[in-house]
Each structure stands twice: as C-alpha cells, then as structure tokens.
Design a protein around this ligand. Structure first.
Ligand code: NAD
Length: 456
C-alpha cells in the first residue's frame, strides 16, 4: 500500500536534500507559519472532535508547537554542529568528533487526545534532525486528522514529508514497510505490536505510552492548592491526557478536606452542571465512553457520576472506597474524567501501592517535607515527577519527556527531539605523518611495559 511513497522518500533522503542547515530551517519555518495560519481550522477541529475550548487547544497544541519550533530554530545550528571530543594522551596527534546525522525515514504514529501536538511535535523533531517522515494521525480524532493531512500534504513535497490517514489496516501496511525509525504515541498494547513489527527489521523505536500516574497528597501539603491543581489537571480534556493524575493517594488526616476543596473547584471551573459548561470536553468515542462508564461501578461515587452516551458526556467524577485494589479501575489506565481516592496512613503504604504497578509515565507529590519527598523520589521510578504542581514538567522544551518500563522508551521535546531522531556518529581522524608502532607484532617485552604504563 505504501511501497511507492516509501521508495520516493528513500530516494529523496539518499540525494542528501534534507541534510543542510538551510533546508531544515526553511522547512521548520514553513511548518511554523502553516500552523500559525491554520490556527482557526485547528481550534475548530478540536472543538468538533473533543469539544475542547479554544484557550485549552491553543495552550496545549498550537502554542506548544509554535514555541517548540521557535526554540529549535534558535538552537539548531548549535545542535547540528560536530562536537570535538578530548582524547587521552595515548591518542596523541589524533582528532575526534561526534557528528549528529539523520536516521533516514521516520514513521510517526500520533494519537487522538492531543492530535496536532502528538503528530506535529515529533514531525518537527524529525525535520530538525534532517529526516524524511510519514505521519499517521489517529483516526479517532477524524476532523483533526483531516486538517493535519491537508496542512502538510498541501504544503510539502511528499517525497520529504507526508501524512497518511487511516486505521488499523493502514497502520499495519505502514509497519510492513522498512523505516529507519518508528516514533509511536498510544497505548502500551499497540506499542507492543509496533515494537514486535519493528524488531523484524531491527528498526529502533521510541514509544510514548501511558500508564497509571499516581498523585500523592501528604498530610502536610497545602490542601487547597493541591485540590485546585488536581481538579484542573484531571478534568481538562475530560481526563484524556496521558500525564493526568490517574489516581490519588491521600493521607487519611486530610482526605475529607481535600475532597471538599476538589468539589468546590469543580463547581468553580465548570459550574453546577458541567454538562452545560462551554469549557468541559467530551469523550472521544462510544468505545472509550463504554470503557469509562464501567469504572463508575468500582466504588462509591462522591462527586459527579452523571453520564450521557448521546453526547459522550461523563461528569467530573471522584470515587471513594474503591472495592478492590485489584479491580479494573486500579489495574488499567483510566484516561478519562474519573479519579479514585486511595487513603493511606503511612507513606510506605502509598509507595508500595505505586510500586505494585508498572512504572508510570509521571508521578505527582504534594507535600511540605523534604524527607518525605526524598523518600518517594528515591523509591518511585517513572518518566517524570512534578512536586507541588501537575503536568508542568511536560509542557516545557527544557525537560525531556518520555516514559520508562511499560510507560515507554525514548525522550523528546526541545533538544531531546533532535537527539531522538539523530544518529550520533563517532568520527576519529588519525595523523598521517606518524604512527606509534607499539601495537604491531612481533611484540617486544619493552612494548608491553610501555603499554602497561599507559593502560592501567
Ligand atoms: P491507540 O494507542 O489505540 O491508537 C494509537 C494509534 O495506533 C492510532 O493511530 C491507531 O490507528 C494505531 N493502531 C491501532 N491499531 C493498530 C495496530 N494493530 N497496529 C498498528 N497501529 C495500530 O489509542 P488509545 O489507546 O485510545 O490512546 C490512548 C493511549 O495513548 C493512552 O494509554 C495514553 O496514555 C497514551 N498516550 C500517551 C502519550 C504520551 O505522550 N506518552 C500521549 C497521548 C496518549
């Protein structure tokens, strides 16, 4: 299905067209100006697919992409330039460099919850590193996928970058082609399929996956502040954010107070009936709606719980007294506007719950004591941590973003995007005018003595 376009991109890449600084800069500037001029269409598509308000869509997608490209444009010259390496004395007269080179053809799978960001941000990384790329946005956010295809395919040479729309059939056909790198964003189960297909040709992958990101609220935390941030982070995009807090681990002493404030903030943000709020999003489709609705039977609903399948509405919901820590709501990633509260008395219990699950994408800590903070930091392995706030660690180009273990592999954002799509080639240049003969046979005892002097 995609044999022709892959062959075209291979030719384009091997001609070397994508490698120069000027080409990369021109393409990034073009991408930036297209995203800018398509802002209205992008915001409209996100309203249609997710009922997302324009401010959220601008901040989390359009503005995010623009500022990342601006940052890349400022730094790309430095990132691309060969880096001289200092060698030991035994290499006297020899020069060494590390030269970043593009990997070649990249296949990028985006997903639907932030469809522009998760397709175009990796694409900007692929361009900055000098690659060709095929982007496959998620079919679930259909209007956004159409716009992504239009803005890229109307403006770029398909032999350089192109968008292929479609679902499972198209994804499988793409995976059957040979790429030099696969960048996948989505759920861990599809991530496994992608990785096993890639393994057939030893193609490297970056997997940006999900998982159950915990949020600990300790007894000494600023409870009101924690409640405000939790209510914001969990319910924007109706909880369909890979780094949203998945479940709360709350100290017994402050549980009731936290719940009261979360309730207040939900009302403050979305009114008495969030179904009528212009700022509250909808679930992407019936499949996810039904999956989420089943979670509502996992414990006592203390806030929200209302649903409407006709318009894919699920109210901001808090669940207490989860019937079992082995139930689906505590085993699967929730990825929707439902948050269970698990109380603890001893911080060791909270940490052991986190450690009983696969390593999460993110972890959040609200606490005022550095000993408790360090106790958690030293024992919880995850992609990133944010202390006394939520999700801010993922929205800056200054910090690499990605998971660990089942939440993924590989990093991007800022310089990390450039690195992810590059091969760092080591180059050593020996002197022509002289050579140390020590290494050649026949070996002398004195040579071994000299060698031992240097190699110890
Ligand atoms: P998904 O993972 O099912 O879909 C992602 C893509 O995979 C789509 O483009 C789809 O067409 C494709 N696909 C589907 N079947 C395939 C197959 N058999 N072979 C190859 N490709 C196939 O989407 P989802 O599960 O609804 O997405 C939500 C998940 O994505 C959550 O786990 C979330 O945490 C994760 N996510 C992670 C990040 C991140 O940056 N780490 C960002 C957003 C979402």
């Amino acid at each position: 299905m995609f044999t022709d376009i892959v062959a075209k991109q291979q030719n384009f890449f091997y001609e070397g067209s994508t490698k120069s600084l000027s080409f990369r800069v021109k393409q990034l500037q073009k991408l930036k100006s297209i995203v800018k001029s398509s802002e209205k269409d992008i915001l409209k598509a996100l309203k249609q697919d997710l009922n997302r308000p324009p401010l959220e869509s601008y901040a989390s997608e359009v503005g995010f992409i623009l500022s990342e490209i601006s940052y890349t444009l400022k730094n790309i010259h430095n990132w691309m330039s060969p880096k001289k390496v200092k060698l030991p004395i035994t290499y006297f007269g020899t020069k060494a460099f590390i030269v970043p080179e593009p990997l070649g053809l990249a296949l990028i799978f985006g997903t639907w919850n932030y469809p522009f960001l998760l397709s175009l941000l990796p694409l900007a990384g692929a361009i900055s590193s000098g690659n060709c790329a095929i982007v496959k946005p998620s079919e679930y956010a259909a209007t956004s996928s159409n716009i992504i295809k239009k803005i890229i395919n109307d403006n770029f040479d398909p032999a350089f970058i192109t968008v292929a729309e479609g679902g499972v059939t198209e994804s499988e056909a793409l995976l059957a082609q040979k790429f030099d790198f696969i960048f996948f964003t989505g759920n861990p189960n599809i991530g496994k399929i992608v990785m096993s297909e890639a393994a057939k040709t030893l193609t490297p992958v970056a997997l940006e996956l999900g998982g159950k990101s915990p949020c600990i609220v300790h007894k000494d935390a600023n409870i009101k502040l924690a409640a405000e941030k939790i209510a914001w982070a969990k319910f924007i995009n109706a909880g369909q954010t890979c780094v949203a807090p998945d479940y709360l681990l709350v100290h017994n002493q402050i549980k009731e107070e936290l719940i009261r404030h979360i309730k207040e903030y939900i009302t403050k943000f979305y009114g008495k009936n969030p179904a009528e709020s212009p700022d509250y999003c909808r679930i992407i489709n019936e499949k996810h709606f039904d999956r989420l609705s089943a979670f509502l039977r996992s414990g006592n609903i203390i806030i929200g719980g209302q649903t409407n399948r006709d318009n894919l509405y699920i109210a901001p919901t808090v669940i207490d007294n989860v019937f079992s820590l082995e139930s689906a709501i505590m085993e699967e990633e929730i990825f929707g506007p439902i948050i269970p509260i698990i109380p603890y008395e001893d911080i060791r219990r909270a940490v052991s719950i986190i450690r009983s699950k696969p390593k999460p994408l993110a972890a959040y800590i609200f606490c005022d004591d550095s000993n408790t903070e360090n106790y958690i930091l030293n024992r919880v392995s995850c992609g990133s941590v944010c202390i006394n706030d939520i999700m801010l660690q993922t929205s800056t180009y200054a910090l690499p973003f990605g998971g660990v273990g089942e939440s993924g592999m590989g990093r991007y954002h800022g310089k990390a995007s450039f690195d992810t799509f590059s091969n760092f080639k080591s180059i050593l240049q020996a002197p022509k005018s002289f050579d140390i003969k020590l290494r050649y046979p026949p070996y002398k005892t004195s040579s071994l003595k000299i060698m031992k002097l240097f190699l110890r």
